[in-house]
Design a protein around this ligand. Structure first.
Ligand code: AMP
Ligand code: ZN
Length: 468
């Protein structure tokens, strides 16, 4: 049974969805104001692992991930360029999705945008005003934390002191609030100011937290199973989502909360504001493969911090190459020869799958799950060096690889059964043909490799190749 750490209870719990066989999950998405960095993608790749594993366990899943396409940074950047917020955010939304796809993430069932759900936000705010959980001050609307005694139940922060301004994500609006902890639901804007939306309580624009309450409840209902996001969202964002949603509906918002830890670099959290980040595109441009980046990001369990190094990334690159070559070798392996009868690789594949599932069930321990994969690969490689695989062995191993990869997504699409060594041989043959001025043959080899998805690049240091 799948068990994981529920931030709400601070305990490892059995995962028991509200409805048998069905899971409804919300994961906070990106703010589309710039290129996402690989720290952001650690969180999104973890979300994808969570998604894939829930499906692996046989549940029917509805997964929602929003795109935040309005906030102060977006408004300022768009104004500085003299374009609308849509014109500003649209390219970044597309870049995000391109990178998200390239990293092997499955698209969530629903990817709503904040600016398309203003009406839903207005409805929640109206309900909160009607039942005393919100109030108006200087034309803006604030959440009244004093009306929600459970405030703090997620983050377990003691709110006895004055905390306004204590974190960059805390609302530090200067307007009059009854209590420093109160946060803006709706910010007043002038009649001609853009962006702005008309609401019964006046023209304005939404605060950040209300977005996620509106989009999650619209697609998943008042109460749903699972809400996830990066560690930094626990407070105040998720605490405020709970206050808004439960304040409006009077019902439990999400049953389980999962928070994933940070990606660091030189032991400092990777972030836009610190400037110590790499985007996915930065690393791609340096020749690193999406599979290696993904591998690196999942190599440490989600509740542990991970320190990014280029050494680690290079290591991940050779690991994913080894895994891909392994699959190709098993697939192309000669299964007709004399088998070694003293071994039972079907059993090896079964044991590896059991270990894999036990590791993932145990608070989504991807490191232990990867160890199960590597142990199987090592054992089968040793066996293949002794003699060919039996047909049943071959299919049992390929089946195990497919199951692992349905969750991990690190083997990538299959290449046409060509091994690194064969590629190197063909490249050497091409170099020889060129030296002989046999350009017909050298072109033929280039085309042959291209057909198999291998792209050659002639550099001053020789020929480099990569799988497309
Ligand atoms: P943002 O686009 O700023 O709203 O952030 C998107 C997601 O990235 C949020 O869930 C953050 O928690 C997460 N995030 C930001 N920095 C990091 C980091 N260094 N490591 C892991 N996740 C991060
Ligand atoms: Zn959110």
């Amino acid at each position: 049974m799948l068990r994981f750490f529920n931030t709400l209870t601070r305990q490892i719990e059995d995962f028991q969805p509200l409805e048998d066989g069905k899971v409804r999950m919300y994961i906070c998405g990106p703010t589309v104001w710039n290129f996402a960095h690989i720290g952001n993608f650690r969180t999104f790749v973890f979300g994808d692992i969570l998604r894939r594993y829930i499906k692996f366990k046989g549940y029917k899943l509805t997964h929602v991930m929003n795109l935040t396409d309005i906030d102060d940074r977006i408004i300022n950047e768009a104004a500085a360029r003299n374009i609308t917020i849509d014109e500003f955010t649209e390219p970044y939304a597309q870049y995000f999705l391109e990178d998200f796809d390239a990293l092997g993430n499955e698209r969530p069932e629903v990817m709503p945008r904040a600016t398309h759900h203003i009406q839903e936000m207005i409805e929640i705010i109206s309900a909160l005003l009607a039942n005393g959980h919100a109030y108006e001050s200087d034309g803006s609307i604030y959440y009244r934390i004093a009306a929600f005694p459970e405030y703090g139940k997620l983050s377990k922060i003691n709110f006895s002191g004055n905390i306004a301004g204590g974190s960059e994500r805390i609302d530090t609006d200067k307007y009059d609030k009854e209590d420093a902890r109160d946060f803006a639901l709706w910010k007043l804007v002038g009649p001609d100011d853009e962006p702005g939306w008309d609401a019964p309580f006046g023209r304005g624009r939404p605060g950040w937290h209300i977005e996620c309450s509106a989009m999650s409840m619209k697609y998943l209902g008042k109460t749903f199973d699972l809400h996830a996001g990066g560690q930094d969202l626990q407070f105040p964002h998720h605490e405020n989502e709970i206050a808004q949603s439960e304040g409006a509906t009077g019902e439990l918002f999400a049953k389980y909360w999962i928070h994933s830890e940070f990606l660091k670099i030189d032991d400092v959290t990777m972030s836009k504001s610190k400037g110590n980040f790499f985007t996915f595109r930065d690393l791609s441009a340096q020749g690193y493969s999406p599979l290696a980046i993904r591998y690196l990001l999942i190599s440490v369990p989600y509740r542990k911090q991970l320190n990014f190094t280029f050494e680690g990334l290079q290591g991940a690159e050779s690991t994913v190459d080894r895994l891909r070559n392994f699959r190709t070798l098993v697939k192309s392996g000669d299964t007709t020869g004399r088998q070694v009868t003293s071994r039972d690789l079907d059993e090896t594949a079964v044991i590896a799958q059991k270990r894999f599932e036990a590791a993932m069930d145990d608070d989504l321990n991807t490191a232990a799950a990867l160890a199960a994969v590597h142990d199987m690969v090592r054992e089968v490689n040793t066996a293949m060096a002794e003699g060919p695989l039996a047909e049943e062995e071959q299919s049992a191993i390929l089946d195990a690889v497919a199951k692992f990869d349905a969750v991990l997504g690190i083997f990538g699409p299959e290449d046409d059964g060509i091994l690194d060594a064969e590629i190197e041989d063909l490249i050497a043959e091409r170099q020889a043909a060129r030296a002989d001025r046999n350009f017909a043959r050298s072109d033929e080899i280039r085309d042959l490799l291209l057909e198999k998805g291998i792209v050659l690049e002639d550099t001053k240091d020789g020929v480099r190749w990569k799988r497309r």
